[in-house]
Design a protein around this ligand. Structure first.
Ligand code: ZN
Length: 233
């Protein structure tokens, strides 16, 4: 089975559409979305409608939660909070009801999926360092756990240094962000796992970023949210 894993779209429809153009060429059997479909970008309703139509499994992200419960923005930085308030006003009631029912975790074909971390998924901890990853390995039982949240793609193995999947070892894989990459590379990012060959691919691609940037500016959202798309930060 070939599974595409997308995360952190952040209301960027230009990046999302491009990601799916690529997915359609890759013989994919299932698509899993790790959440944060909305927040920061200018097309929350469009992105939710698109993901709901094309994806069988969708998990809750902290920005999805924030749009239906603004008290969850307490720990957000000011720009994220302004964007969450804007998103909450824009979002249709029907999409809000849909978000309320989203789960935190998924197990599919022997793999585990969560937006932020297997340890306390509802607390939105970041897995950034090898030490963060190490602390999370006891909290899932499959060989591989897919995460998003930090917007930085990467592969962590429990006891060896490797960038390739190895059978019989536990891995945490961050698939990066479709709509707001933060690793200094502005190209969209997502992952593809082939469960038969046990190969993982991190897909990177340019998309019409200028269009997404202009929409954020026009919507009156903080300028920094537009600028960061160009820098991938
Ligand atoms: Zn995010």
């Amino acid at each position: 089975m070939r599974i595409a894993i997308i995360s952190d779209i952040h209301a960027n429809i230009e990046a999302l559409e491009k990601a799916f153009e690529i997915i359609e060429t890759k013989s994919i059997d299932e698509i899993v979305c790790l959440g944060d479909i909305i927040g920061y970008g200018a097309n929350p309703n469009e992105c939710l409608a698109f993901v709901r139509e094309k994806t069988s499994y969708i998990l809750l992200g902290n920005h999805d939660e924030a749009a239906i419960d603004l008290s969850a923005t307490e720990y957000f930085n000011p720009y994220a909070r302004i964007a969450a308030e804007w998103t909450s006003r824009e979002l249709t009631e029907e999409h809000q009801e849909f978000i309320k029912k989203l789960p935190y975790t998924l197990e599919l074909n022997g793999s585990f999926f969560v937006h932020a971390s297997p340890f306390q998924p509802q607390e939105w901890h970041y897995i950034i360092s090898a030490a963060d990853a190490f602390n999370n390995f006891p909290y899932f039982h499959s060989e591989v756990c897919f995460v998003g949240h930090s917007h930085v793609p990467g592969i962590f193995c429990e006891d060896i240094w490797t960038q390739e999947l190895v059978r019989g070892k536990k891995f945490i894989i961050n698939v990066g962000s479709v709509g707001q990459p933060r690793d200094g590379d502005p190209r969209l990012s997502f992952g593809i796992l082939d469960t038969d060959t046990w190969k993982y691919e991190n897909v990177r691609s340019p998309y019409p970023v200028q269009k997404a940037v202009e929409k954020i500016r026009k919507a009156g959202l903080p300028k920094v949210l537009a600028d960061r798309l160009l820098e991938g930060k």
